[in-house]
Design a protein around this ligand. Structure first.
Ligand code: BGC
Length: 870
């Protein structure tokens, strides 16, 4: 077998991205090999200004030469200076541990965006008519052969860009959500194929979106009253000349068929008002109105670093009922984010109304009260005369049920198709085991993540909230990063979070829109330290820390300045949604103060800021001392005596050794006292299972995981949950649906148990940032017969599968090239373990290291291994 194969080339986390505006973009790849112990020892990157140069091996922009380096991640470009619009073709080759060069990788590409303000000739345009969605257009001529055409576009509000009757790109809800007064992102599309000879038309449909529509708990018009567009189409002709068609006062505007649209409220489309052909050539726009020009715009315009929203799949309804005359309810059997497409025949002016819901009332009608003021209602007014197909453009919500009224006649089962849409965050993890309840739990976690990863990590995807709640995000981030490659998604959101940090250092409760809500809240604002740190650990990317270190320090200083004797005040949401357990808010807040301080110290160490490291390490110790003095008794009881109090103290290393053991005992006693049930809210839940594993209480953890009595994940699942509920008592046998004032069925925070499925049940963990070193330490239990998990790390695929075999265990492990791992095989002695049928210690590439925690620990490099213990 040969050497390495470099693959998965990415620039700033994206595959072949267009319009990068980072001065020194970072390049990453993985090296593949099915050999054991394969490593990269050197690499060479070529960056060329043309495909031809690259093919000829000419790195006219950058040729690193052969560099002795194991690194395959985040190599910062350091070639010729990059200018706006440059095309950078690149490839890489790698030398293995025997100094054999690989073939060159398949070529990849990135292009530079518009780096200078002066690159923008476009002006902000809009149209303030009575309809919700102005249509804007401009005709232009193409009279020579075109080499390439590129469009750069953004909006305040949402836009759908059209070129000669076709949609530009696949992205939805562009340009996404930022605090528009601070920052606004454009996207870049190659539209060469959409141009034609002769007359061409570029058009756009604008919608209020987050800019002018309703946003969580605040209302409409938060940033502005009407939407605006900024777009610039640049054509390069074959003869070398260029031409720019930019938004300006020569564009024309008109009303369209979308009478109403709003992310929270829904969309109404009157097909009788459609204007066929408006976005293509040969259309007479003589009666279209002139557009409005917007004055000054102070926000920074940059290339979107994030992940666009896309349509991912379609869902067929599972069943249809008719709970009352004239109303049909479609059940998709799964709650999902997006909308439905309908297919209908009827007379002009007939109006079909769709209402969306997560749950049903006992009489089979849709339960919409928990959506609060979010109407979540779409309506379609028929054009008449033949089959009509329609789906909304600028609204979404998560739902399982759709109520249809106003249907001409009776809808057939194919009347509706579900359309699943959310940020296109690549899947990274998969978990499966012999217990169907756990498989459903994992599915529910993943669906809840999909539903709430829409531009920003939201608390919920249906009611009038849908906000980037910071607490929920930090609680769920480690689970999220097992399920998906969320690096770019969080890189973008962390900028939103930074933008919303208050001048006094307080991180907000939500971002964007931070300044409209509270700030400085324990376990919420701490997202400002926890999320960058988690991304650094998972993706091995120091830039997360470089970029956010200043904010981390300001947050810790804020906490310090707002504490007494290093104890934080009893304020905030506390352990939100706990069950008959009241963790004192000062205990929780002081514990989180300690955590943020420690993470800041660790970040300082990574960044080589030795003084800061010492300073914050010392502060951590002082907080620790204050915590113990104020809250911890000699018998290890922590003020409040709640599961969450013990969990936080144990997880954040706040207790001296002797008290640790006692606190651990109190934790387990409390769980047992509740007939082995948890009482934690979202804050305590995050670390509950991990702590139980740490203190050697796997059995208790498994029982919590497998319970199906209240409160538990199993209870929800037994009662039909297809996503994770906001509260343990969202629905109970005794009371039915909880008060609708705050009762979402799609909140990911309690799904934070997902981390444990990967890290502990399957046993896949990072031992060094970016999974450069890996630990595979499965913890069989809970009566599970087998588990299969895999995780696509930034270094490549890590897999762990185990199966109980008699008294022993078989574990299959896959470790990516250029990484090393420790594999913990439960066994009494190393001699009881084989690999590939031979004594493990003698197997190729396997070294016995030590016995630890009832397991034989082996060191391995890359490759696939089959361990069996007797
Ligand atoms: C949100 C939560 C959030 C909480 C803060 C709720 O309305 O849905 O997820 O963290 O408020 O108390």
């Amino acid at each position: 077998m040969g050497g390495l194969a470099p693959a998965r080339l990415r620039c700033e986390y994206h595959t072949n991205p267009l319009g990068i505006d980072v001065a020194a973009p970072r390049l990453s790849w993985i090296v593949e090999s099915d050999r054991r112990g394969a490593r990269q020892t050197a690499c060479q990157v070529l960056v060329a200004s043309s495909e031809e140069n690259l093919a000829a091996g000419k790195g006219d922009l950058w040729d690193t030469g052969k560099v002795a380096s194991e690194e395959t991640l985040h190599l910062a470009y350091a070639g010729k200076p990059l200018r706006s619009r440059m095309r950078c073709h690149w490839k890489v080759r790698a030398w293995d541990e025997r100094d054999r060069p690989s073939e060159w990788s398949v070529p990849a590409l990135w292009t530079m965006g518009l780096l200078e303000v002066s690159d923008w000739q476009a002006k902000w345009i809009g149209y303030d008519g009575p309809a919700a969605c102005p249509h804007l257009r401009k005709a232009f001529a193409v009279e020579r052969p075109v080499r390439r055409a590129t469009v750069y576009a953004t909006a305040l509000g949402l836009y759908e860009l059209r070129l000669n009757g076709r949609r530009v790109g696949r992205d939805r809800f562009t340009p996404g959500w930022t605090d528009y007064h601070t920052r606004c992102y454009y996207r870049t599309y190659d539209v060469t194929d959409l141009l034609r000879d002769g007359e061409n038309v570029v058009g756009a449909i604008l919608a209020p979106g987050w800019y002018a529509g309703h946003v969580g708990l605040v209302g409409p018009h938060v940033y502005g009253r009407t939407p605006w567009l900024l777009a610039q189409l640049e054509i390069e002709y074959a003869d070398g000349s260029t031409e720019t068609v930019a938004t300006d006062k020569s564009w024309r505007a008109a009303e369209g068929p979308i009478v109403e649209t709003d992310l929270l409220m829904g969309e109404t489309h009157d097909a009788r008002r459609e204007v066929p052909g408006w976005d293509g050539p040969g259309f007479d726009a003589a009666d279209w109105a002139p557009v409005d020009l917007k004055g000054r715009m102070d926000a920074e315009i940059g290339a979107s670093p994030g992940v666009p929203v896309r349509v991912h799949e379609e869902m067929a309804p599972a069943r249809m009922t008719q709970p009352k005359p004239g109303a049909w309810v479609f059940d998709f059997g799964q709650e999902f984010p997006g909308w439905v497409r309908l297919k209908v025949r009827g007379r002009a002016g007939e109006k079909v109304v769709l209402r969306f819901a997560e749950m049903l009332e006992p009489d089979g009608t849709v339960h919409t009260a928990n959506l609060r003021s979010a109407k979540c209602t779409d309506a379609y007014v028929l054009r008449g005369g033949g089959e009509e197909v329609w789906e909304p453009r600028f609204t979404y919500r998560a739902f399982r049920y759709v109520e249809v009224t106003g249907w001409p006649g009776e809808p057939g089962p194919d009347a509706l198709v579900g359309v699943v849409a959310h940020s296109a965050v690549p899947r990274a993890g998969a978990f499966e085991c012999s217990n169907p309840l756990l498989n459903r739990l994992q599915e529910n976690v993943v669906w809840t993540q999909r539903a709430n990863f829409l531009e920003v990590p939201t608390d919920c995807p249906q009611r009038d909230e849908r906000l980037g709640w910071t607490g929920d995000a930090q609680i769920f981030i480690r689970t999220a990063t097992y399920n998906a490659d969320a690096a770019a998604f969080f890189a973008k959101w962390l900028v939103d979070l930074g933008d919303a940090q208050r001048a006094d250092g307080a991180f907000p409760d939500v971002a964007p829109l931070g300044l409209w809500h509270g700030a400085g809240t324990a376990a919420w604002g701490d997202a400002g330290t926890i999320c960058p740190w988690t991304c650094y650990e998972v993706y091995g990317d120091v830039r997360f820390l470089e970029r956010h270190y200043g904010g981390m320090v300001r947050w810790v200083e804020y906490l310090k300045a707002n504490s007494r004797g290093l104890l934080r005040p009893a304020e905030g949401y506390g352990d939100w949604l706990s069950i008959q357990a009241d963790t004192p808010k000062d205990v929780l807040a002081t514990a989180y103060f300690a955590l943020s301080t420690r993470l800041t110290a660790k970040a300082a160490a990574v960044l080589g800021r030795e003084n800061d490291r010492e300073k914050y390490e010392a502060l951590f110790e002082d907080i620790q001392a204050a915590f113990n003095k104020a809250y911890v008794a000699g018998d290890g009881r922590i003020k409040g005596d709640t599961q969450t109090g013990y969990v936080l103290a144990l997880q954040f290393d706040l207790l001296p050794d002797d008290l640790r053991r006692r606190a651990a005992r109190h934790l387990v006693e409390d769980i047992k006292k509740r007939d082995t049930h948890l009482s934690t809210g979202i804050v305590g839940l995050k670390d509950l299972m991990t702590v139980l594993a740490k203190i050697g209480e796997d059995d208790v953890a498994y029982q919590l995981l497998l319970n199906d009595t209240f409160p538990s994940w199993g209870y929800e699942i037994k009662h039909g949950a297809t996503t994770i509920w906001e509260r343990w008592n969202g629905w109970t046998e005794e009371k039915g649906l909880h008060d609708p004032g705050m009762n979402s069925f799609c909140h990911y925070a309690f799904g934070a148990v997902g981390e444990w499925l990967f890290s502990t049940v399957a046993g896949i963990e990072a031992a060094a940032p970016g999974f450069k070193r890996i630990v595979v330490r499965p913890r069989p239990g809970g009566g599970l017969e087998w588990t299969r998990a895999q995780y696509e790390s930034v270094h490549g695929l890590v897999a762990s599968a185990w199966k109980v075999e008699g008294k022993g265990l078989a574990i299959s492990v896959t470790i990516p090239a250029n990484t090393t791992a420790e594999v913990h095989v439960p066994a009494g002695r190393a001699e009881d373990v084989t690999e590939g049928g031979r004594p493990a210690a003698e197997a190729e590439g396997v070294t016995f290291d030590r016995m630890a925690g009832g397991a034989a620990v082996f060191r391995v490099g890359s490759g696939a291994y089959e361990f069996v213990s007797r």
